[in-house]
Design a protein around this ligand. Sequence first.
Ligand SMILES: Nc1ncnc2c1ncn2[C@@H]1O[C@H](COP(=O)(O)OP(=O)(O)O)[C@@H](O)[C@H]1O
Ligand SMILES: [Mg+2]
Length: 150
Amino acid sequence: MELVIFIGLQASGKSTFFRTHFATTHEHVSKDLMRNNKNRARRQAQLIEAALQAGRSVVVDNTNPTLEDRASLIHLGNTYGAKIIGYYFESHVSLCRKRNEQRVGKDQVPDVAIYSTIKKLVRPTYAEGFHQLFYVRIARQSAFEVRPWL
Ligand SMILES: Nc1ncnc2c1ncn2[C@@H]1O[C@H](COP(=O)(O)OP(=O)(O)O)[C@@H](O)[C@H]1O
Ligand SMILES: [Mg+2]
């Protein structure tokens, strides 16, 4: 059973990567799927806990930029004996802004949200408690390139 934590700016490709790599094997937990919930952090923890309790693997598909964001998730995963895996998505502001611009409707976020996240974004380390870490970038022809984190 895995707890997979995505880390990356808005429009870095996280939700697309979930669909191509995890949709058939992992539950999808994302604050973007709970727009009407007042306490999304608590709701997110409840959903993760419910999945892990039932022995199901989960992907937490949010920006998760800070050590604090990740520490609470890692703690939850360890409580249920899950393998904690992190995916860091290449987060160039200009590329993410470009991809964000191409989105339509509610999926588009204001640029200020991207700037606010890049200010907080801290790269993950094994010291946080990850069992495995990967680096993801969108390569030529839109292919996702996944590399082990060094
Ligand atoms: N591998 C890719 N190649 C080209 N465009 C992509 C790729 N992955 C995502 N996109 C596009 O970039 C935008 C942001 O992707 P998305 O997965 O929604 O990012 P996030 O979930 O990180 O906000 C979307 O319009 C999506 O279609
Ligand atoms: Mg997304």
